[in-house]
Design a protein around this ligand. Structure first.
Ligand SMILES: [Zn+2]
Ligand SMILES: [Zn+2]
Length: 274
């Protein structure tokens, strides 16, 4: 049965400094248009964040908001509302909803884009898929090719139906270090693309494409420094930077894209300029 999650927050325990920091952190991951109403609602102590059960991205945001309150249950309440009743749920219930989300909604797994549901590539709204004509809440928007398809459900990407029946593709990169038509077809026809600003390479290792992990800054990948050494050297030379300056740039104006080899586990990195 479908439901809505409603978050209520009371910040009376926090001083003005703590409140300011809380709002500034929230504004980093909530879209600007939602943030203003969020801030007003917190002020009025009413429903501050409402999420439908299919909106995985917003459910994750809800979890992040609570984490900013140190998971302290005295500061917030989460209600689960169905047509029949409203119940209060706890953190463990919320964690379970997140853990089971992909299984409950039978979402396909993409070997070259395993975190696609977290990487910002999938849009969560109810509509009819233009390929299978079925209702879905999980869409990839945009593709390459002759067809003017706009919304394609994740199942029609995973099965290859969109690619085969409509001659569209989602990625265009060809491998440099190996030759394998099946692998190329998997990436081009059955893998959602990476959300990036510039055209970026789909990195390779062990004669295969790597799995795309997601966007990172230097702080988030500094523990991988030795594994990423040669990629860092290459990226630094692209911008005429020293290693140290590249690291600083990754924490400010550059975006890193992290990959992981699906055979040996080695990490790789490329960069992007928003
Ligand atoms: Zn479909
Ligand atoms: Zn490898």
């Amino acid at each position: 049965m479908s439901y809505t999650l409603i978050l209520e927050i009371v910040l009376t325990e926090l001083n003005n400094n703590q409140k300011g920091k809380f709002f500034s952190e929230v504004s980093k991951f909530i879209p600007t248009q939602d943030f203003q109403s969020f801030r007003r609602a917190v002020g009025k102590k009413t429903e501050v964040y409402t999420v439908f059960d299919t909106e995985y991205d917003k459910i994750i945001n809800l979890r992040k908001i609570i984490k900013l309150l140190d998971d302290d249950m005295t500061n917030f309440t989460i209600c689960q509302k169905t047509e029949e009743k409203i119940i209060t749920i706890n953190l463990l219930d919320l964690e379970n909803i997140i853990d089971e989300f992909k299984v409950v909604h039978q979402l396909p797994y993409f070997k070259y884009h395993p975190n696609v549901y977290e990487s910002g590539r999938i849009s969560y709204f109810k509509d009819i898929c233009e390929v299978c004509n079925q209702e879905s809440s999980f869409f990839n928007e945009g593709c390459y090719g002759e067809s003017d398809l706009e919304i394609i459900c994740v199942h029609c990407i995973a099965s290859g139906k969109a690619g085969k029946e409509h001659s569209v593709f989602f990625n265009y990169q060809y491998p440099i270090s190996f030759n394998d038509d099946n692998i190329v077809e998997e990436l081009h026809l059955r893998t959602p693309s990476i959300l990036s600003w510039q055209e970026i390479s789909w990195l390779e290792h062990c004669n295969d494409f790597c799995a795309y992990i997601g966007e990172v800054d230097w702080e988030g990948v500094s523990y991988l420094e030795s594994a990423l050494h040669s990629d860092l050297t290459l990226e630094a030379s692209k911008y005429n930077l020293e290693h140290g300056d590249l690291k600083k740039a990754l924490d400010s104006y550059l975006v890193g894209h992290l990959f992981k080899c699906i055979h040996c586990g080695k990490h790789r990195l490329t960069t992007d300029l928003p």
